[in-house]
Design a protein around this ligand. Structure first.
Ligand SMILES: [Zn+2]
Length: 99
């Protein structure tokens, strides 16, 4: 059985690397935010770092089916509010206890 827990892969610090302007380009398919993954994304991982982001700030990663859980777990392991939604769904804000 595969060990589940902290991912061994480095994603970098979310606070500096997590702005992906992949949404909003008409006609393009967003690509998964997971480093090294080229799969088309069908999910948004909406998150916020409560230490540096105001409550109405929402950062967005996008994820393919395979990495949706990986990215959400990565953020949740840091106690960030995270909400996974469909790729076309907007999240206005993330409350601290959104998880
Ligand atoms: Zn992926």
């Amino acid at each position: 059985m595969a060990a589940r827990g902290r991912p061994a892969v480095q994603l970098g610090a979310p606070s500096v690397s997590a702005t992906y302007d992949v949404i909003g380009e008409p006609g393009t398919v967003p690509v998964c935010s997971r480093a090294g993954c080229d799969a088309p994304a069908s999910w948004r991982v909406n998150w916020r770092n409560p230490r540096i982001h105001a409550e109405d700030r929402v950062k967005i990663w996008v994820a393919c089916d395979d990495h949706r859980g990986f990215l959400a777990d990565y953020l949740q392991s840091r106690a960030f509010p995270v909400r996974v939604t469909g790729i076309a769904e907007d999240v206005e804000r993330l409350d601290d206890r959104a998880v």
